[in-house]
Design a protein around this ligand. Structure first.
Ligand code: NAP
Length: 447
């Protein structure tokens, strides 16, 4: 899609200054596509170079992470933290441990995070981090040593009022525990609010584990309701089988839908009777097994390797694994099979071509910035509880989460309407998130 003439040079400059960081270019382009009408209405944003400023991280940290495996062999990984924007609050965003992580991954995720966090209406800025470390096949002791080394460098950049990481791919409760332990040890401070996604036993919040997946299902429920539909009787496909996917599946079942397929990076399982979510959780979280092992416990199910999960017919699709996992060919299959709604549980899982195809076909499309914002929103609730040394019940926290997702849906819907793009949640999310950050930046002066 062509950009507004004032935004073309901004984008060209981003590509020039951040060479080879393709996902970052993609994420910037997607936001710039939406905000052409905004700078027509608010020329002050362009005059004050707000867009150029937003595209340049406030700070980027790259560091060496040396660690020793169980055999005594030394390994060197690379750690990253991008502190992108703190106009609305401390930098907030997860850490990803995956061999594919490089500067461009962290930059695209951090950029998206700015607008997602703004959209929640909570006081949090945007950041992201990670390392090119592969936790797969590593023992608990190895993961602990890696986390300790990673935090030994990162701790100097963190603080409950400065920068507050959480989990992401490859960083779950186990890793957050090791990271918090090392932070506490080095700083001699029990600063609970410095990390979120903590276990309940040391300052964690109820519903944080479930939040992103639950929130995604709630967001899609709202999109369906806006069209007079519900999850009742719907066949649903969810990619991935990690944190987001498992809890999205759980909530879809509670809301009356049936998830018939889920996946990991080795393939997908199809279970027409409905995926046994407890079994998937046990296999992936406890046994750290592969999704193919599911069929040993559910003989009626089948495992399909090396093919796209999006070939499975469904009315609702929730891509919840990783970026660019659903392309134009997948979108064509989904549209042909009668898909009416897509909610991005993952960050940027749908390629730009596929997004356009869904929109042109009239499929309700909920972008990750909106649909998966419940994770970070619940992290902000965890920070609130830590700051007041309080601990809320599961029911109360989930009610707040549900309301936050309803509000995000309403904001996206109303903003898209206001700018003449009714039903376009991508535009609604980008414009609402952008204007919240831009207005704060204007008031904060040239910083
Ligand atoms: P996770 O627990 O580590 O799970 C990731 C899942 O995706 C695993 O099932 C993994 O399979 C699968 N996967 C990874 N790369 C893949 C690939 N190339 N092809 C197919 N499957 C692949 O991570 P998560 O926390 O659920 O995060 C999933 C997505 O949601 C990410 O995009 C993340 O940024 C986004 N997100 C997460 C949160 C949160 O609160 N956790 C919040 C907002 C957004 P393997 O086991 O085979 O690797």
């Amino acid at each position: 899609m062509v950009l507004h003439e004032r935004l073309e040079p901004v984008y060209a400059n981003v590509v020039e200054r951040n060479r080879g960081e393709n996902e970052f270019h993609q994420a910037v382009h997607e936001v710039l596509e939406s905000i052409g009408p905004v700078i027509e209405k608010h020329p002050e944003y362009a005059e004050q170079k707000i867009i150029e400023r937003i595209c340049e991280p406030e700070r980027q940290i790259t560091f060496r992470v040396p660690w020793e495996d169980d055999r005594g062999e030394v390994h060197i990984n690379r750690g990253f933290r991008v502190e992108f924007n703190s106009a609305l609050g401390p930098y907030k965003g997860g850490l990803r441990f995956h061999p594919s992580v490089y500067q461009g991954t962290v930059k695209f995720l951090g950029f998206e995070q700015i607008f997602k966090n703004a959209l929640t209406g909570l006081p949090i800025g945007g950041g992201k981090g990670g390392a090119d470390f592969d936790p797969k096949g590593r023992s608990d002791r190895e993961v602990m040593r890696f986390c300790q080394s990673f935090m030994t460098e990162l701790h100097r950049h963190l603080g409950e009022y400065t920068d507050v990481p959480a989990g992401d791919i490859g960083v779950g409760g186990r890793e957050i525990g090791y990271l918090f332990g090392q932070y506490k040890r080095i700083t001699n401070r029990y600063e609970s609010g410095v990390l979120t996604g903590k276990h309940l036993s040391f300052g964690g919040a109820r519903v944080r584990t479930e939040a992103t997946g639950y929130g995604c299902a709630y967001f899609v429920r709202e999109m369906l309701a806006a069209r007079g539909r519900s999850f009742n009787g719907m066949q649903v496909v969810v990619s991935g089988s990690g944190n987001v996917a498992c809890y999205a599946m759980e909530k879809v079942h509670q809301l009356g839908g049936t998830v018939v397929a889920c996946s990991d990076s080795s393939g997908y399982v199809y279970d027409e009777n409905g995926i046994d979510v407890e079994l998937v959780k046990r296999l992936k979280e406890v046994e750290r097994a592969r999704i193919g092992d599911y069929v040993e416990h559910r003989p009626a199910a089948k495992f399909v390797a090396d093919r796209s999960i999006w070939e499975v017919p469904c009315q609702v699709a929730l891509p919840s694994a990783t970026q660019n996992e659903l392309d134009a060919a997948d979108a064509a299959q989904l549209i042909a099979s009668g898909c009416i709604a897509v909610g991005e549980g993952a960050n940027m899982p749908t390629t730009p071509d596929a997004v356009r195809m869904f929109q042109e076909a009239g499929v309700a499309f909920g972008p990750g910035k909106a649909a998966n914002a419940a994770g970070v929103a619940t992290s902000a609730l965890e920070m609130q509880q830590n700051a007041s040394r309080d601990s809320w019940s599961f029911e109360f926290t989930e009610q707040r989460l549900e309301q936050i997702m309803k509000d995000i849906h309403a904001r996206c819907y109303a903003t898209a309407d206001e700018y003449g793009m009714a039903g376009n949640y991508v535009a609604g999310a980008n414009i609402n998130g952008f204007t919240n950050v831009a207005d704060a930046m204007l008031r904060l002066g040239l910083i």
